[in-house]
Design a protein around this ligand. Structure first.
Ligand SMILES: NC(=O)C1=CN([C@@H]2O[C@H](COP(=O)(O)OP(=O)(O)OC[C@H]3O[C@@H](n4cnc5c(N)ncnc54)[C@H](OP(=O)(O)O)[C@@H]3O)[C@@H](O)[C@H]2O)C=CC1
Ligand SMILES: Cc1cc2nc3c(=O)[nH]c(=O)nc-3n(C[C@H](O)[C@H](O)[C@H](O)COP(=O)(O)O)c2cc1C
Ligand SMILES: C=C(C)CCOP(=O)(O)OP(=O)(O)O
Ligand SMILES: [Mg+2]
Length: 356
């Protein structure tokens, strides 16, 4: 086992990965790395206001199911962190809030724990959140860098996860110092993994979006859900640009700062090619109005990363206030569109494209 690890990561590499994890938290929290020119696209949609809802607001039900698990609301704390002491504190706080409100949660890439098993406890949140829908996370590209079913299984087992998220981040790896940019032949490897892994595989971008064409290929390969992670929120070209020490590499990041497919476009396009595939919408969702809009557009779950990070580092109170605000906003949308449940949001005419 130790030989196997040594073969896949030198101690230097393991330390570099841990430093990168710390950098990602610091840069996201301290620098402005959000998209500005490119938006999530949801401003193009408006709910049709209902002046006479004929329902009691207190009876509105936000619950839903995803992968056969019941959730209190269609919310996911998107994959973010692990591998450092600060990451551990963040993951533990996130897990406690997820358990309290019965919402879904992902952890950050577990590559850092494959390279250095000592940091595995920074991810191990299952005991704090025994009932939640919990997602493991690895980069798909690692399948081209000696990772296979064993590393995927170890990541899933560490969390007792309900599914494995494979992140697809070609732009980020281009800007990242020594990024992993051999993406050749990955679709076939993803297909093999989907067959062998005992839990579902979810394909996820990191903020540049998944097109209908690529979603079709991933579904064909056997993934059980798509997290579009579109443009409009955290820009990973900006994050890696901030980390880069070489001026020309920084420039590459700023040139591509606004690259990607807006989240709203991804959700509508992916839903159009597959009526059944479970869709997670994420990328730039910042309030309960955004969440209900993506549900109305055809998503099954809505993921938020940066807002949960900001609240988690602030306090447990900030985290519960964030969730309470999201729930109040979602409830208000249901009430003011005359719907008692989320299903009603997909009724034709409830969400309209703004035409003027
Ligand atoms: N984005 C980056 O990381 C960096 C960008 N640049 C350069 O800056 C220019 C624009 O960069 P680009 O990334 O494409 O665009 P940005 O996403 O940075 O900005 C686009 C627009 O958003 C506005 N904006 C920027 N920051 C904020 C903020 N914190 N809150 C609200 N609005 C904001 C700007 O308005 P306003 O003009 O009023 O600021 C601008 O109109 C380019 O020439 C780029 O090369 C250079 C270094 C880094
Ligand atoms: C600090 C931080 C670390 C992240 N790390 C990961 C990761 O390890 N794996 C992954 O799939 N996505 C990762 N993401 C990306 C988010 O899951 C999400 O796709 C992206 O940030 C867009 O969502 P947002 O606009 O709500 O932040 C990370 C995001 C943040 C803020
Ligand atoms: C941070 C995001 C958005 C995705 C993963 O980034 P990394 O490229 O640092 O992840 P690993 O190589 O450690 O898997
Ligand atoms: Mg990587």
């Amino acid at each position: 086992m130790l030989n196997q690890i040594a073969e896949k990561a030198t101690p230097e590499q393991a330390t570099l990965t841990q430093t990168r994890k710390a950098d990602h938290l610091r840069v996201c929290l301290e620098e402005d790395v959000q998209f500005h020119q490119t938006t999530n696209g949801l401003e193009r949609y408006r709910f049709t206001h209902c002046c006479l809802p004929e329902i009691d607001r207190s009876e509105i039900d936000l619950s839903t199911t995803f992968f056969q698990k019941k959730l209190g609301a269609p919310l996911l704390i998107s994959s973010m962190t692990g591998g450092t002491e600060q990451a551990k504190m963040i993951n533990y706080r996130l897990a406690e809030i997820a358990q309290h409100y019965r919402i879904a949660m992902g952890v950050g890439s577990q590559r850092v724990a494959i390279e250095n098993p000592q940091v595995a406890p920074t991810f191990a949140v299952r005991s704090l959140a025994p009932d939640i829908l919990l997602f493991a996370n690895l980069g798909a590209v690692q399948l081209n860098y000696k990772y296979g079913i064993d590393e995927c299984l170890r990541s899933v087992d560490l969390l007792e996860a309900d599914a494995l998220i494979l992140h697809l981040n070609p732009l980020q790896e281009c800007i990242q110092t020594n990024g992993d940019t051999n993406f050749r032949g990955l679709l076939a490897k993803i297909a093999t993994l989907c067959q062998k892994l005992p839990v579902p595989v979810i394909a996820k971008e990191v903020g540049n979006g998944i097109s209908a064409q690529m979603a079709e290929k991933l579904i064909e390969a056997g993934v059980s859900a798509i997290d579009v992670a579109g443009a409009g929120g955290t820009s990973w070209a900006k994050v890696e640009s901030e980390r880069a020490s070489e001026p020309r590499q920084r420039r590459l990041g700023t040139t591509f700062a606004n690259w990607g497919l807006p989240t709203a476009e991804c959700v509508t396009a992916v839903r159009a090619i597959s009526p059944q595939i479970p869709i997670i919408a994420s990328g730039g969702l910042r309030n309960g109005l955004d969440v209900t809009k993506v549900i109305a557009l055809g998503a099954d779950l809505a993921g938020l990363a940066f807002p949960f990070l900001k609240a988690a580092v602030e306090s447990e109170t900030a985290l519960s206030e964030l969730v309470e605000d999201l729930l109040a906003e979602m409830t208000t949308v249901l009430f003011c569109t005359g719907n008692a449940t989320l299903a009603g949001l997909r009724t034709p005419g409830v969400l309209e494209r703004v035409t003027f």
